[in-house]
Design a protein around this ligand. Structure first.
Ligand SMILES: O=C(O)CCC(=O)C(=O)O
Ligand SMILES: [Fe+2]
Length: 275
């Protein structure tokens, strides 16, 4: 299968930047992101593209990494002894999902081909430089959940490969923090159960979702069905060279690379937000 065939290019001609359809698509995504931190292109994947990505993820499920520690704060980082017990850094929640990491989705896989496909790259700017987590499959088996958190990179696109039969909902709070403000009070309200700003996205298999996960708190609720939920995530950044915090990468994905060790003191950052 050619890379162009993974996508429904007739409906979404992202390889034709001169076309009026392309401009319409870009405008609709921009509108959604401005308004809500989120946008969806329905049925973006072709049927055969979806099947190929699902088979590829299924074949790697047994290698998914599951962390031993199952309690995480929203920064997916250590607590802070200098802050009160009810500070967001000190509120810990269950996290039981696993990840199929980027090294398991190497060259020659459909996921890799799609991520590095030039038209998609041009469409989306910079590729996140983290060699372990720039492209992953989030695996939520029955009873598993991924707690509220913020991402390291600004921007992700996700493809729901297999939805949960019940539960396993993606929930988010648009723009809960800003580039210069952690907005701890607003964060605390959400962690305390305030649902007034919480949105739940209806995603279908094959849809393409755009999401600003560095500023919008998000989670996956417990998968209450009998089958696995699989979601492919491809990450992008505003500036080139951004890489994950080594501790966080180790905790979530079970491994780091030389790149993480080399750059520990000189990580490229676009803000000073917690992660
Ligand atoms: O599975 C999802 O819907 C979201 C996963 C996620 O937020 C992440 O891996 O950072
Ligand atoms: Fe996330």
């Amino acid at each position: 299968m050619k890379v162009g065939e993974i996508i429904d290019l007739k409906t979404y001609p992202i390889d034709q930047p001169q076309s009026s359809q392309y401009r319409e698509i870009v405008n609709s995504i921009k509108g959604g992101l401005d308004e809500d931190g989120c946008a969806v292109l329905s049925n973006f994947l072709s049927d055969s593209g979806l099947d190929a990505l699902v088979s590829e993820a299924d074949a790697r499920k047994s290698k998914a990494y599951y962390a031993e520690s199952k309690l995480c704060n929203i920064y997916l980082a250590e607590g802070n002894r200098n802050k009160a017990d009810d500070h967001p850094q000190n509120i810990f929640m269950e996290r039981s999902n696993g990840f199929i990491t980027a090294d398991l989705l190497g060259k020659g896989t459909y996921a890799h081909t799609l991520y590095y496909w030039k038209p998609l790259r041009d469409f989306l700017v910079h590729i996140y430089a983290d060699p372990v987590s720039n492209m992953i499959v989030n695996l939520c088996k029955p009873q598993q959940t991924f707690n509220w958190h913020f991402d390291t990179n600004e921007f992700t696109i996700t493809f729901l490969l297999q939805g949960a039969q019940s539960g396993g909902h993606f929930e988010y709070v648009p723009d809960l923090r800003t580039r210069s403000d952690e907005c701890f009070d607003e964060v605390k309200k959400v962690l305390g159960g305030d649902r007034s700003r919480v949105k739940r996205l209806k995603l279908r298999e094959g849809d393409l979702q755009f999401f600003l996960g560095r500023f919008s708190l998000h989670r996956v609720t417990h998968n209450t069905g009998d089958t696995d939920r699989l979601l492919l995530i491809q990450s992008f950044t505003e500036q080139p060279g951004i890489i994950g915090n080594p501790q966080r990468v180790k905790d979530l994905y079970g491994k780091v690379t030389e790149a993480h060790k080399d750059r520990i003191d000189e990580r490229v950052r676009t803000d000073s937000l917690l992660d």
